[in-house]
Design a protein around this ligand. Structure first.
Ligand code: UTP
Length: 273
């Protein structure tokens, strides 16, 4: 059973400057809801209720969002606007939130390692809130939990991307398993390869289920591409032992860490309203 979800949310979000100078990227809203709230909702849908959030300097708004705002709630009590807070109130009631700070932003792998103190020795989910996913039926994390229950090893979500876009992602090499058309045993992974070096067009997106031995591996992982400690490099050690499954999820994903993806998501959710 997966009980905890880690949200690395310490990155600088430089692609959204100046908006992210004093506001966390994860608090930018798609319509009226901040990105990280979509992520927490996805975790709850997968029956995960313990949220572990990696923050950094200037990220306090995340903690305030998942808390009661007495003054505001008092102001709008009994009025027509009160119901606008129903959803977030309900969400807060179903979850516990804990936080730790990443002091130096040394990459996603380092952010995940910072979360060890909140996770302990159990398998856990990871959501990068700037990858916003929408699924008609089950959410991506709920789909991945089922895959984890079957294979009992790390699970990464993948999606097919155009071949000229591989340089933006970790890209996997693997073989389909058990006669499926969406589940791969990963043999190799390359971080942000140019198209000619990419082993496939199957790109890793911001959803993971990781077994806790990943922390020991991350401790030994040297900085990779961009001088950052990459989760892909740590996962590669597990993959070499056949312990990583890549799962092509059913649903849509928006790269809300980029302005183009953010605008696309905004328009798409607005049209769907
Ligand atoms: P990104 O690669 O999107 O980086 O990180 P970023 O710094 O947030 O954004 P840009 O590129 O400067 O615009 C992917 C995820 O990993 C987290 C980010 O918060 C984001 O959710 N992250 C990244 C950390 O928590 N710590 C880090 O040191 C790096």
């Amino acid at each position: 059973m997966i009980k905890k979800c880690l949200f690395p949310a310490a990155g600088y979000g430089t692609r959204f400057l100046p908006a992210t100078k004093a506001t966390p990227k994860e608090m930018l809203p798609i319509l009226t809801k901040p990105l990280i709230q979509y992520g927490v909702e996805e975790a709850v849908e997968a029956d995960i209720h313990t949220m572990a959030i990696i923050t950094g300097r200037g990220k306090r708004a995340i903690e305030d969002h998942f808390d009661i705002s007495y003054e505001l709630e008092h102001q709008i009590k009994g009025g027509s606007k009160e119901q606008l807070l129903n959803e977030i109130r309900g969400l807060i009631k179903q979850c516990t939130f804990s936080y730790t700070r990443q002091i130096e932003m040394k990459g996603l792998g380092h952010a995940i390692l910072t979360g060890e103190t909140l996770i302990g020795k159990e398998a856990f989910a990871v959501v990068l809130a700037d990858d916003l996913c929408y699924c008609e039926e089950e959410g991506v994390l709920a789909q991945m939990v089922e895959v984890y229950e079957k294979y009992q090893c790390s699970v990464i979500a993948i999606q097919e991307v155009p071949e000229d876009q591989t340089y933006k992602y970790g890209v996997i090499d693997g073989k389909l398993v058990d006669g499926t058309d969406n589940t791969y045993r990963v043999a190799n992974m390359v971080e942000k390869p140019e198209p000619e070096e990419a082993p496939s067009n199957l790109a890793i997106i911001g959803r993971y289920i990781l077994t806790p031995d990943i922390f020991d591996i991350l401790r030994e992982t040297k900085p990779g591409k961009g001088g950052e400690i990459q989760i892909t490099d740590a996962l590669l050690s597990q993959a070499k032992e056949g312990r990583v499954i890549a799962y092509k999820f059913k649903g849509k994903r928006f790269d809300c860490g980029s302005v183009d993806g953010f605008v696309e998501a905004t328009n798409w959710f607005y049209d769907k309203m």
